[in-house]
Design a protein. Structure first.
Length: 243
């Protein structure tokens, strides 16, 4: 599954992005999970400008340097902002529809899975915005993820990501946390998206706390530092490799 790509007929988000790009509007992009109530992604937010981005996303864009790989780039909003700042940018996504939209917007976009070992270009910065590290799915895949990071980073390069610690879901009134350790890592979430008549396959998505992220980075011989914190257990981290 590491080389998996999304066909248009099974790609709710990609179709929503394509609709908004071509018409300026989109139907409801529904998000379902066994862990949460049904939610909706406002498709317009996937086309946001720098000024409309959350502060943590703005921080990552400001920290980027050199040649940048934008992972899971979607509509290309982060790539476009990086390009405005003079960066050479390559955007990758597993969505054929999203890649087509990005190309029409002037982005060097590739239909590529981050875990595909045949993709082995080098970058000074890897950007994984909007909890892009979620593509790891399960915490047990973190060692494999770190190997991919080392494959793609230039010496002295950096990975910038934002994520959230979902422990707040398990917070008790007295401030303690009640987590079932036997149920696996608490940041693993299952999702399914639906748009118009398109029903996407269920997929695993990972939210990782900083301490766990730093542990796996250190085991892989990488340096991990927290660069910024949000107001609700969210943060920006930088992983760097000096080899």
């Amino acid at each position: 599954m590491d080389n998996a790509l999304l066909e248009p007929r099974k790609d709710p988000m990609g179709r929503a992005i394509a609709d908004y790009h071509s018409t300026g509007k989109a139907a409801k992009l529904r998000v379902l999970s066994s862990m949460f109530y049904e939610d909706e992604i406002p498709v317009a937010t996937l086309f946001r400008t720098m000024e409309e981005m959350p502060l943590l996303e703005q921080t990552m864009i400001q920290m980027a340097r050199g040649r940048v790989l934008d992972v899971g780039a979607g509509s290309g909003c982060h790539s476009l902002e990086l390009m405005k700042r003079g960066h050479e940018v390559v955007a990758i996504d597993i969505s054929e529809l999203s890649v087509q939209v990005m190309r029409e917007r002037g982005v060097d976009a590739r239909l590529t899975n981050f875990f595909d070992e045949t993709f082995c270009e080098k970058f000074d910065t890897i950007l994984m915005a909007m909890n892009g590290i979620g593509i790891v799915g399960k915490v047990e895949r973190m060692p494999q993820f770190m190997l991919c990071v080392k494959r793609l980073l230039s010496p002295g390069g950096q990975l910038l990501l934002d994520s959230s610690d979902l422990r707040y879901i398990y917070e008790e009134e007295d401030g303690s946390f009640c987590v079932d350790l036997a149920a696996g890592y608490y940041g693993e979430v299952d999702y399914e998206m639906r748009y118009k008549g398109i029903k996407g396959a269920s997929f695993d998505w990972l939210y990782i706390d900083f301490e766990t992220l730093a542990y796996y980075a250190t085991v892989a011989g990488l340096k991990c530092e927290k660069c910024a914190e949000g107001s609700h257990y969210d943060y920006v981290a930088r992983i760097s490799w000096h080899s």
